[in-house]
Design a binder for this molecule. Structure first.
Ligand code: GLN
Length: 385
């Protein structure tokens, strides 16, 4: 695939790029027949998703995109919108004003839980629905159209392309979202939301119905990894000072009531959505996105979790692995004192070395690079190693 900002290049065997694609392809092959989980159906329009769809994409902070499987299929962003809108609210209102209305404490409850709203005067964090609705209510803009455009402009900067709302999903959520509506009215009662509840709910349902691809999500995650600047376009999507806030809530609250286990096993800031996407951030290095609609009991993509667990474990991406190895590096040690420790390949100056450990295998995928690096443009082809 080539467009105004990217082109597809060929991937010679034996290169780091080939190894990355091989690693992703291997994970795709490993998990594509996994049939656990069920597609979300509480929003009727989401029930139409094809459970076999499965894409994996990695975007690096030096502007390369590696994709395998269904990385270009459109779906709605759902809860993966929440950290990005949180960043926008921080920019619009500042930390103190946002903190006054939305906390940063994980709940351990399901994303749509209403229980704890009654125990505190504000929702616990911006990743549960109540907190996300409150966050959306903080966005600036003169009227609903301006606020929607504000959100779409933000997503455009993160994804590097025009972004639209899926009207069918929006209408489907709007007509069936009684639980979200109940939370919003409860927050009106508590003074978290000040007025215009239906308008705020519409905006929230619209932000959840933004259409993305797996590739978009990887680029968006890479933008967070890159300090807020989209590595494909060079456009800033969010102020650098708020990246820390966004990544913190992703790390502690991004995977619903699985957030603690995720932090323990995968160890990366991440966000999932009921459409079946997961995006994860390796700060300074890369963004990872997986799309596969069947969900587990907590609402996380089954294949998405497996792929991220494997990537993290095989390549030492867990943040604390990386930090401990960093310390060893600063101490001037040639070798890690812990011989069991996985190699923190992503600490190498070239992020493509993340995947060095993987042997090449059959690879059919695309690598995209930003324009202007002097290489010819053609389709990456599958090869047997
Ligand atoms: N729009 C969905 C909702 O509010 C988002 C939920 C999700 O992805 N977890 O129910």
């Amino acid at each position: 695939m080539s467009d105004a900002t990217h082109r597809t290049i060929s991937v010679p065997e034996g290169t780091a790029q080939f190894r990355i694609l091989a690693a992703l392809n291997e994970l795709h092959l490993k998990y594509r027949d996994l049939s656990d989980g069920a597609v979300a159906d509480y929003i009727p329009e989401l029930a139409r998703a094809n459970p076999r769809e499965f894409g994996i994409c990695v975007a690096t902070t030096d502007g390369q995109v590696y994709e395998v499987g269904d990385a270009s299929i459109p779906f709605t962003i759902q809860s993966m919108s929440k950290p990005f809108v949180y960043g926008r609210a921080l920019e619009d209102r500042g930390r103190d004003a946002v903190q006054e209305k939305v906390g940063v404490e994980p709940t351990g409850d399901a994303f749509n839980s209403i229980i704890k709203l009654d125990l505190a005067n504000r929702p616990h964090n911006p990743c549960v629905n109540a907190g996300a609705i409150a966050t959306t209510s903080l966005l600036s803009g003169d009227g609903p159209t301006a606020r929607l455009n504000h959100i779409l402009d933000m997503f455009k900067k993160y994804a590097g392309r025009d972004i639209h709302v899926d009207m069918s999903v929006f209408m489907s959520e709007r007509t069936t979202g009684h639980r979200n509506r109940a939370m919003a009215y409860l927050m009106l009662n508590f003074g978290v939301i000040e007025s215009n509840v239906e308008e705020i709910l519409d905006l929230y349902f619209q932000q959840c119905s933004v259409i993305v691809t797996c590739r978009d999500l990887a680029v968006m995650a890479a933008t967070l990894a890159n300090g807020g600047v989209n590595p494909m376009t060079g456009v800033r999507a969010v102020e650098h000072q708020y990246i820390r806030d966004i990544l913190t809530v992703m790390y502690t609250c991004g995977m619903y009531d699985y957030a603690g286990e995720w932090a323990y096993t995968v160890g990366l800031p991440a966000k999932s959505g009921v459409s079946g996407g997961i995006l994860a951030v390796v700060p300074n290095h890369l963004g990872i996105a997986v799309y596969s609609p069947p969900l587990d009991d907590r609402g996380n993509s089954v294949r998405g979790i497996r792929v991220c667990e494997d990537l993290s474990q095989n390549f030492g991406m867990h943040l604390f692995d990386a930090m401990l190895d960093d310390r060893a590096m600063f101490a001037g040690q040639d070798e890690s004192p812990n011989t069991e420790k996985r190699q923190p390949a992503q600490l190498e100056s070239n992020v493509t070395d993340v995947f060095h450990a993987m042997p090449p295998s059959t690879t059919t995928a695309n690598v995209m690079q930003p324009r202007g690096n002097g290489q010819s443009s053609n389709q990456a082809e599958g090869k047997d190693a």
